[in-house]
Design a protein around this ligand. Sequence first.
Ligand code: NAD
Ligand code: TDX
Length: 370
Amino acid sequence: MQNVLITGGAGFIGQNLVHAWRAARPADRLVVVDAMTYAANIRSLEPLIADRSIQFVNGDICNAALMQRLFEEHKFTRVAHLAAESHVDRSISDPEAFLQTNVLGTFTLLKAALDAWRTSATLGSARFLHVSTDEVYGSLGFADPAFTESSPYRPNSPYAASKASSDHLVRAFVATYGMPALITNCSNNYGPYQHPEKLIPLMIIHALEGKPLPVYGDGSNVRDWMHVSDHCDALMNVIERGRSGETYNVGGGNELNNRDVVGLICDAIDHAFASSPDLATRFPSCPAASDRSCRMLISFVTDRPGHDHRYAINAAKLADELGSRCSMGFESGLTQTVRWYLDHEEWWRDVTSGAYKAWIDKNYGFRIAV
Ligand code: NAD
Ligand code: TDX
């Protein structure tokens, strides 16, 4: 039985991890801490909060006194650190929060964990998993080999630079203080509960509403897509079985350019409308409601500044050492994800309209940033 802290547990990957952890390790005590930024959503966690399967704390990882108190109170033996500002476009227009949470927040959490584990003499058995990204390695050319754990760090966006800084802090805590920490660097995730600002949910929702599908530049940028359920399985495996102090790359092995991803989303929606006539009534503005392809909405727009060309992950270390492999193929994962957004219209409408913020304020008293 472990006492587990999951930071950022109300975010996209965090919510999926909380559910996966609860199902896989029912004896563990789970505490979720999340600052409830615009990216957070606790609707899916409500049943677990209500029946006390998890404890939810509305708090900021930059708050050193709170972090210290949580470690004292709960005697955490495992930390899965996911809390972050995560959207590259926001980091370009407003980078400050990225430095605050991703760099200073990670430092504050590391220090609280180290102090608590030193005091209780549990450094030898505790585990701190820092969840990071492939973006720290920068951009690959189309013919370059995939990133390995020894690829040099070359971050290009303020987001990537802030995550790279946090990785270096973790590394420094391992080398300097013997912190029992591990790092994972994962490729692009997709799946249920992803915020509609990210490529896949944004395109699904725009297509359903008949809005343009804004592909940056010429759409040739490549990402390595991974279903969030495979990422969560890998995280639980690494925190328990990974070698302390090591980095593990996590990747989907599904390299696709953005043009192709958006085309596949359009095809999946067209197909869903063809087999479910009620969708045309629910989403009358979608081209598929009048037997046209959603592809007609694809629109090439101004490129993202500093837009990385290609990410690709070599996940051989994770597979060879720990046996973790992706089980979800991209096309079936994407079809399931399109289905999830079709079946959870209220969830994403509440996020995009802001109704969720008002609801959570009324029911929980949390003020969510815009
Ligand atoms: P997300 O933006 O959906 O969720 C982040 C969560 O962190 C939110 O609930 C937010 O409220 C919370 N948070 C932000 N600042 C906080 C603070 N100061 N204190 C406490 N909580 C705070 O992000 P995500 O996509 O779920 O990503 C989770 C982690 O995984 C991040 O560290 C990200 O860098 C990493 N990652 C994401 C991907 C991806 O494709 N989404 C890929 C690789 C790695
Ligand atoms: O409207 C869009 N049009 C578009 O062409 C958006 C939102 C994105 N894009 C492109 C930019 C990227 O090449 O699609 C690709 C994916 O974009 P995002 O969903 O914003 O993801 P990305 O920038 O690749 O970063 C993601 O993967 C790594 C996550 O947001 C990060 O948190 C994670 O670390």
